[in-house]
Design a protein around this ligand. Sequence first.
Ligand code: HEM
Length: 217
Amino acid sequence: EHGLNTLEHQPQKIAAMEANWNTGPNVPLVLFALPDEAAKENKFEIAIPDGASLVLRHSTSGVVPGLNDYPGNHPPVFPVFWGFRVMVGTGILMLLVSWSAAFFLKRRHSLPKPLAMLMVPMALSGWLATLAGWYTTEIGRQPWLVTGVLKTADAVGPVAGSHVALTLATYLVLYVLLLIAYLGVLVHLALKAAKDGDSSPLPGVMNAAMSQPAAGE
Ligand code: HEM
């Protein structure tokens, strides 16, 4: 639904997300490609035939907008195409990891070690997918701020570039500090649980599995 709304209001963003160069029917769903903006084509493309037409128009003969209809008026293709794939790929991975963890906890009351190890970097997956989604949305709307109405270049205010850079740097420093604090708390809790055993009362099936290390003591 979100994608169909974008198709109506920001067709050039959809064209970049799908790395589709020519408007037409039977547009494939590109799974992997290196979009080449100079040559206006995709290198090393792996695609599902008619996939984009099906997803966006619910018919294999559905017409999907192409980048070549928007010369000089479409966003940079590479970051939008890959931002979207990182977001969706991370989302699918989150589902797979959480569903398989729920399965193992229910059936075996413990997690296989590789899955438990994978869950450590997955702590940052929400952050990664959010950032990738945000990149897709904001880079994808360029060169427009309001598509067809106001260009980003025309909305530049009188604030000096150095001021903008200073604010950005302040935000960056603040968020790096918050990230360090967040990772610190996670590591602290994980070490504490590894040392004392985690006997915290968690709801439902989690309870039996998570308190297992303590049971052996
Ligand atoms: C798993 C499949 C997913 C699909 C199919 C999907 C689809 C979409 C679509 C169509 C957009 C709108 C792009 C636009 O028109 O500007 C979007 C934006 C976004 N997505 Fe996803 N997404 C998925 C997963 C995720 C996940 C797992 C997260 C974060 C945990 C996420 C975070 C975001 C964010 C933050 C935006 C930008 C919203 C905004 O600023 O308006 N997405 N996504």
